[in-house]
Design a protein around this ligand. Structure first.
Ligand code: AMP
Length: 112
């Protein structure tokens, strides 16, 4: 096998893939994933104020890419909720911007 500079890990190392995703350690729904930017942004307002347009587009598109991979997108699944908790009143616990993706079942009321 030859080394391909465009393989996914190489792109991540070069930061060409601007976001990452992984499952939440404490899932609140059947499917609960997190999507985060690679850059150091504390929350959505910090991100939208200081990130490049490329990073912002990358994260937004990344949400749908992940939803498609999980089979929950509105295109090939039944939908999901994307949610970002922002700062103190928003109930944010981890101070690195992240979108929660909840799906795999009816998610329920928006605010409880
Ligand atoms: P928030 O309240 O929006 O800041 O959400 C933080 C989320 O991070 C919670 O849903 C946690 O369950 C999740 N979390 C914390 N530590 C980890 C971890 N090591 N791996 C995956 N998810 C985590």
């Amino acid at each position: 096998m030859n080394y391909d500079n465009n393989n996914i890990f190489a792109k991540i190392i070069r930061a060409e893939i601007p976001c990452l995703s992984f499952y939440d350690i404490n899932p609140q729904k059947k499917i609960h994933a997190l999507v985060i930017p690679k850059g150091k942004y504390v929350d959505l307002d910090d991100f939208n104020t200081n990130a490049s347009n490329e990073e912002i587009i990358g994260l937004m598109k990344g949400i749908t890419t992940v939803a498609k991979k999980l089979g929950i997108s509105s295109i090939d699944g039944k939908g999901y909720r994307a949610l970002a908790n922002i700062s103190d009143y928003g109930g944010q616990e981890v101070p690195h911007l992240h979108f929660h993706l909840f799906g795999g079942e009816k998610v329920g009321k928006m605010v409880s």
